[in-house]
Design a protein around this ligand. Structure first.
Ligand code: SF4
Ligand code: SF4
Length: 55
C-alpha cells in the first residue's frame, strides 16, 4: 500500500523526495505527490520526515 502525506502539516522540505529509493515522490504547487503505483511502503520517507506527516 502507498503512503499518504498529510499536506496540512507538510513544510515542503522534500527530504522525502530525496530519500525515496523508487523516485515515487514528486514536487507540486501543493506539496509532495506520491505515485501510488510505485510506492513499496518501504518506510524511508516516514522515518526522515521532520513533520511526521507521512502515514
Ligand atoms: S519530508 Fe515531510 S515535511 Fe518534508 S516535504 Fe516530505 S512530507 Fe513534507
Ligand atoms: S514508503 Fe518508500 S517507496 Fe513509498 S514513497 Fe516513501 S520512500 Fe518512497
Amino acid at each position: 500500500m502507498a503512503v499518504k502525506i498529510e499536506l496540512e502539516n507538510c513544510m515542503q522540505c522534500y527530504a522525502c523526495e530525496n530519500v525515496c529509493p523508487n523516485n515515487t515522490i514528486s514536487e507540486s504547487d501543493k506539496g509532495p505527490v506520491v505515485d501510488e503505483k510505485k510506492c513499496t511502503d518501504c518506510g524511508a520517507c516516514k522515518d526522515i520526515c521532520p513533520a511526521s506527516c507521512i502515514i
